[in-house]
Design a protein around this ligand. Sequence first.
Ligand code: HMG
Ligand code: MG
Length: 311
Amino acid sequence: HLLPAVRIVEVGPRDGLQNIRELVPTQIKLELIRRLQETGLSTIELTSVVSPRAIPQLKDCRDVLRDVNVQRALQNPQLRMPVLIPNEKGLKIAIEHGVREIAVFVSATEGFSKANINCTVQEGIERAKRAISLASASGGPTGESKIAVRGYVSCIFADPFDGPTPHSAVLHCVQQLLEAGCYEISLGDTLGVGSPCNVRDLLTYLKSHGIPLSQLAGHFHDTYGQAVANVWEAYTCGLAVFDSSVAGLGGCPFAPGAKGNVATEDLIYMFDNAGVSTGVNLARLTDVGGWISRQLSRSSASRAGTALAIK
Ligand code: HMG
Ligand code: MG
């Protein structure tokens, strides 16, 4: 039996680093991107172009995007190299640097929306829509150079200020972003509080309201240790795209207490064992996880990565 392949969206250089207080040198970020590419990962979120006051760590986004290797990767049709942007300003800067894919982000909940992007949920959706239509208009007449847009919906299970999230709030954001032209929506458990039964409930609800699972991705933070289980549950429900971060780095300064993304090493270990193709070389990835953890003077949050490193 052949199980459906999955696509991993490596968010280490963006989500992974954005919550680290000490500035990581640009050269380390660039080397991280290079090393991740060598593992076979074909989708790597490079950075974000956001207010440097909101996320000081990524204020070197222009330097990252100007790098020779990054420029080459941006032009490689085999690779997807998205950049996170909150508004038209971010989009323009991304376009100036040859970015071919952006990610817009909204929250399903008001509290996190205000804290993260300083506006209401609906204002965030309208802002994202303006960026999406500008991105679609930026292509040539054949649409070949059109910029692809991925969408994130945060706080799918709970909000740090407002508590549990109603399914209908998630559905509203997903519908709006898909209608506006996102090719895929990544469902973000920003706080990392959900568990497999919540994943199944939400996906069943979204599907029953007409959302194609083929247009959804899972983005699970690991605060309660549920993220690997959540990915497997989502996979068995029919999702085939998952966001993760090497060494389990990650978090958002506006979601206090939340832990990193599910570790990419842990996902590759799980999918390899199941015979599910990911295109990623686990041994190489483990080396990258060890390397970046040493650079950042922290221990890896990847259980598989840690176990494999001492074997
Ligand atoms: P604001 O203060 O309401 O907006 O911030 P503003 O338009 O008044 O801009 C404030 C300043 O930022 C101005 O500079 C702008 O020029 C500048 P000043 O004039 O004061 O010197 N600015 C920008 N600079 C660079 N690039 C830009 C940009 N836009 C404005 N694109 C704003 C509103 C949305 C800009 C701000 O709140 C912001 O940047 N927020 C982003 C926060 C963020 O990046 N959070 C983490 C990513 S989301 C996440 O992690 C969740 C996710 O992983 C999924 C999940 O886990 O659920 C995706
Ligand atoms: Mg995240």
